[in-house]
Each structure stands twice: as C-alpha cells, then as structure tokens.
Design a protein around this ligand. Structure first.
Ligand SMILES: Cc1cc2nc3c(=O)[nH]c(=O)nc-3n(C[C@H](O)[C@H](O)[C@H](O)COP(=O)(O)O)c2cc1C
Ligand SMILES: CC(C)CC(=O)C(=O)O
Length: 363
C-alpha cells in the first residue's frame, strides 16, 4: 500500500490490516484472539508455513478446475465459510451479506448468527449448514433445528470442542460483552440474556457458555439429535483418530478437523498437523479442515493431505468488515484463485489429482 492512495486489498493480510484499523479494539480482540497463551492460534498458521509443495511437470494443465462435491451437493470449489458468531458486530447487514458474498460456496452459519435464518437462506446460493452448541435447554436447541429445517438448511454441524468457552485473556481483559444492538436472534432471548451483561475483567460469552452449554453431553446423546432431524450430522472440533472412529461408529456424516481457530484448548495441535491422523481413521468419511488457512497454497496443502474442503473463519469476517458482501466475495475469490494457480503450478489439474505426494514435511 502507501503512496497516500487506499490500495485494493490483494492479500488476506491486507484485509486483516483494514479490519484492525477500523473495528473497535474490543471487537478486533474478540475476532483475532485465542485461548490461553495463544500458542495453538499461532501454530495453526506456522504449521502451514512449514510445509513445502512437490510440483509435477508436463501434466497438461490447460484446464484446471477446483470443482467438487460434498454430502451430495456440487460446489464450485472447496473453500467454504466457517461458522463465526455475531456478524453484525462488524457490518450492519451481518450474515445476510456473508451469504450473498459466499456466491455458491459452502456456508456454515453460527448458532449465534445475528440475522434471521430465513433471511440468510434467501440470500444464499450454495449449501447452508447450521452450526449448533448443545444447550442445556433442549427445547431451545430443537427449536433452532426446526428453524434451520424450515429455512432449507442442508446439514447440522455440532461443535464438540466447546463444553464451555475457554478463557480468552484478551476478552477477559476487555470485559467483552455482546453489545445491545447485536443479538443471536435465532435463539430464545431468555437463553442469551447473560451474554449482554457486562462485568469488569470477565468475558460475558465465557460466563454465558458456563450457564447455558450442556457439559454432560456424550456420544450417546447424538442419537437424540439424529432421531429428531433427518438432516446429515457433521461434528466440528475433531483432532484425534480415536474420536474419528467414534464418529463413524455413531453414524456421523462428516467431521471437521478444527481447534476452533486456537480459541478453545491452547496446546492442541495445529489442524494441519492433526489432519492425516483423522483422514486415516475416517476410512472414507468426509473430512473438512479449518484453522489457519490463509492462502490458496494452504488450502492445497490441506486438500492434498485428504481434506475434502477447507473453511475460513477470521478471513471471511475481515472481508465482511471491509466491504460487506463484496468483501466476503473478494476474500473467497482470492483464495480460490491462489488455489487454482497452485493446482496449475503443481501439475494437478483436478482435486482428484491431488494426493499426499504433493506435500513434503517441514522446511
Ligand atoms: C470471531 C469468531 C467467532 C466464532 N464463532 C464460532 C461459532 O459460533 N461456532 C463455532 O462452531 N465456531 C466458531 N468459531 C470458530 C470457527 O468456526 C473456526 O473454527 C475458526 O475460526 C477457524 O480458524 P481461522 O479463524 O484461523 O480460519 C469462531 C471463530 C471466530 C474467530
Ligand atoms: C459466542 C461464542 C461461543 C462463539 C464462539 O464460538 C467463539 O467466539 O469462538
């Protein structure tokens, strides 16, 4: 940038810088921050940077396509949107703008979306998956599932790495609270009330989760959800072969390798480092990945190691903060263009041509 002119962002880091410069400090900290010492947060991106690519040559790359399918739906590319809460914190049109900007990409909508599911669905042109936290109040949880079904959502995504929101030092220091003009409008207001109550030196979303999330949930409870909804069930927050085998045994339809963007267990491995263990145990069950994907090159690494799709968390919110739907579209286009170029230059014209031989260890 520089020269006094506001340059068009052409790397994800530019979108981050623009969001950091414009968002209120406590909103930026909520978005950017992680749990504990933020080691896992840093490791997510560092682990991608340690991988190198192994290009093959003379493979006819005149026609390169990142198109794919997932849970029976055709996707123009394997770069989707991870569920992140409260998009109206950064843009007045919130998740409706995100859905417009998704432009056919897979969009996982947070349980704590700040616009109505029906409005999000009306703006969407690709698959919509509904993310859930297991609430103590199962009637409220079921009500949300019914709203998602009525709005035409395609799958349920149960986040399993958050029995409670972890201590995030930046949010605690800022006394982070969901401001009154922004709310999780798809969940009964009584259940969300404490997320709006400020208390010095403590995060309202952490306190809220301790009060409302069900920490007793086990694998056996998945049957309760399955019996009540015909939608495919995806588990988000799997990092081990053991839990992948349990997911298969319980009839789950897909898993997402995730450490919640370094916001839950600090000390958990980078997602790209956990990926192969999960893919091997998944034995054909679709595996997605989120956490630290910051370029098409990172996406290519994850896809080569066996992910069927990658999801972007923070970068989508940077784009939304910067320019609403256009910003979300620009972020996705940037990563997809980089992925397509990386496929061309590694000599892998389709995702089916990508396997582990495209990636080598550490540098
Ligand atoms: C601001 C923010 C809010 C989030 N909210 C949710 C949420 O409501 N539900 C959920 O399952 N994950 C949530 N996540 C985690 C993301 O789905 C995802 O796992 C993570 O952001 C991926 O890492 P990345 O940000 O490095 O791409 C949130 C992450 C951020 C940064
Ligand atoms: C409101 C929070 C529980 C959303 C979340 O998952 C996060 O901030 O990481």
């Amino acid at each position: 940038m520089g020269g006094g002119k506001k340059a068009k962002p052409d790397r994800l880091a530019d979108f981050a810088a623009a969001a950091a410069a414009t968002l209120p400090g406590e909103v930026w900290d909520y978005l950017d921050g992680g749990a504990g010492a933020e080691w896992t947060l840093r490791e997510n991106t560092a682990a991608f940077a340690r991988r190198t690519l192994r290009p093959r040559v003379l493979t006819d790359v005149s026609r390169v396509s990142p198109a794919t399918t997932l849970l029976g739906a055709a996707l123009p590319h394997p770069v989707g949107i991870a569920p992140t809460a409260y998009h109206r914190l950064v843009h007045p049109d919130g998740e409706v703008a995100t859905a417009t900007g998704a432009a056919g990409a897979l969009h996982v909508v947070s349980m704590f979306a700040s616009t109505p599911l029906a409005d999000i669905a009306a703006a969407a042109s690709g698959p919509l998956w509904m993310q859930l936290y297991w609430l103590r109040d199962r009637a409220v949880l079921l009500d949300l599932v019914r709203r998602a079904e009525a709005a035409g959502f395609d799958a349920l995504v149960l986040t399993v790495d958050t029995p409670t929101v972890a201590r995030r030092p930046r949010d605690a220091r800022n006394g982070f609270t969901v401001p009154p003009g922004v709310a999780a409008v798809n969940v009964a207001a009584s259940v969300m009330a404490s997320s709006h109550v400020a208390q010095d030196g403590s995060s309202a979303i952490e306190r809220h989760s301790r009060e409302q999330f069900d920490q007793t949930t086990t694998w056996a409870d998945l049957a309760w959800l399955r019996e009540r909804s015909p939608l495919p069930l995806v588990l988000k927050g799997i990092l081990t072969a053991e839990d992948t085998r349990l997911a298969r045994a319980h009839g789950v339809d897909a898993v997402i390798v995730s450490n919640h963007g370094g916001r839950q267990l600090d000390g958990a491995p980078a997602t790209v480092d956990a990926l192969t263990e999960v893919v091997d145990a998944a034995a054909g069950l679709p595996v997605l990945l989120d956490g630290g994907v910051r370029s098409g090159r990172d996406a290519l690494v994850a896809l080569a190691l066996g992910a069927r799709a990658v999801l972007l968390g923070r970068p989508v919110v940077w784009g939304l903060a910067h320019a609403g739907a256009d910003g979300v579209r620009a972020v996705l286009n940037l990563v997809v263009d980089e992925l397509t170029e990386a496929m061309t230059l590694t000599g892998r014209p389709t995702l089916a041509d990508l396997d582990r031989s495209a990636v080598s260890g550490t540098r």
